[in-house]
Design a protein around this ligand. Sequence first.
Ligand SMILES: [Zn+2]
Length: 157
Amino acid sequence: MMAIVGTAAYPAAMDEDGFAPDAGVARYGYGEELHPEDLARPWAQPGAWKDNAWLRGVRDLLEWVAGDVTCGPLRGTPAARPTPWDVYADTSGIDEIMRQGSRCPVRPGWPPPQSGEAMNATVHWLDSKTDVLPVCEHALGAYQCGCQDLARMGTGS
Ligand SMILES: [Zn+2]
């Protein structure tokens, strides 16, 4: 598994980029077909895998927004009832998540890039920047849905 692990000192609650180590994959474990060896090559995976990662991203963000958890999914922003600004703060730098495996290395403990794409799409939906739901009526994400505009939102499709 190709991975770059930072060695610089940073607060115990964050890695050097400010992402909480208990976010995303680290928070929920791999499971659900997200095996570590596959996470190292996130764009070489089949649509079902990429969609699984996408759906996790939607879930991870919405369970925070809905009040089911009290910390943001990426930076661990503490908020029992997050405001839009809390959501922006927690997802700032999400481009780094999305670029993993294409324009930057895959980082252990970070959510898969497709999860980042999904969180980004979910934020845009919450903002009313788009009326395309991040999950379609068949409970599919951008990588498996062929029924609507959602299919255009994943970079791999
Ligand atoms: Zn669909």
